[in-house]
Design a protein around this ligand. Structure first.
Ligand SMILES: Cc1ncc(C[n+]2csc(CCO)c2C)c(N)n1
Length: 222
């Protein structure tokens, strides 16, 4: 088993909880509440900005030309199609002003900053891999698409042969780099992998936490 599959197995409980999250069920059923989707997408817009920066770090730190070019092409796609969906979705949901990051978003921003500042291709790849692979996983259910473009397009952005090939590239690169890395680097990669999986689950949870109510009632209960 390669490094990526090992880490996927080591984090299986949290990974599966994220992939099977209520948000994913409701998205597939076309029944996610507009307020929940608005909260999620407003946070994801913050996430996406830093993700593009992280892709830039991968372009800069890749140790071979073919993956550097593949990552650069993906960077262009994310800056195009995905940004277009965000614009239309946030407009329809009435989200106009930028929001402050909730704790899981803040955690992700810090994780992406840590990986980017390390300048280590191994660490950058690991964070990219989790973010893309976990999304491919939940978006590849063999179920009919929801009817509303707001839900269907968010699924379609994370599935299909091109997206699968991109995740395969990240996985192959992660396995290759881990195989040639020293133990300390591999340990840092494993720590980043599990931190990222925890944050993916928390990110979905946060979409269901109404901040106004939380402030009155249950600050920091967990
Ligand atoms: C919290 C969170 N984690 C992962 C992704 C997935 N993702 C981030 S950018 C991108 C575009 C394709 O490269 C994809 C699929 C997300 N959107 N939000």
């Amino acid at each position: 088993m390669g490094f990526a599959d090992e880490q996927r197995a080591a984090t299986a409980r949290t990974w599966d909880a994220a992939v099977g999250h209520r948000f994913v069920d409701e998205l597939w059923a076309g029944r996610v509440d507009d307020a929940v989707l608005a909260r999620y997408l407003a946070q994801d817009a913050l996430f996406l900005d830093r993700f593009v920066a992280l892709l830039g770090a991968a372009v800069a730190s890749a140790d071979r030309t073919p993956p550097r070019l593949a990552i650069a092409r993906q960077l262009g796609l994310v800056a195009g199609d995905e940004d277009d969906y965000f614009g239309r979705a946030l407009t329809r949901l009435g989200v106009t002003a930028p929001v402050d990051p909730l704790p899981p978003t803040q955690g992700f921003l810090e994780l992406m900053d840590d990986a980017r500042r390390s300048g280590s291709y191994a660490e950058v790849l690991t964070v990219l891999l989790v973010a893309e692979w976990l999304y491919l996983d939940w978006a590849s259910r063999p179920e009919p698409s929801p009817r509303d473009w707001l839900h269907a397009e968010w699924i379609d952005l994370h599935r299909g042969s091109a997206f699968r090939a991109w995740v395969e590239l990240l996985r192959a690169e992660t396995d290759r780099v881990a195989a040639g890395a020293d133990d300390a680097t591999r340990d840092r990669m494993a720590a980043m992998f599990s931190r990222a999986v925890d944050l993916e689950l928390a990110f979905f949870d946060a979409a269901y936490q109404d901040q106004d109510q939380d402030q009155d009632q249950d600050q920091d209960q967990d």
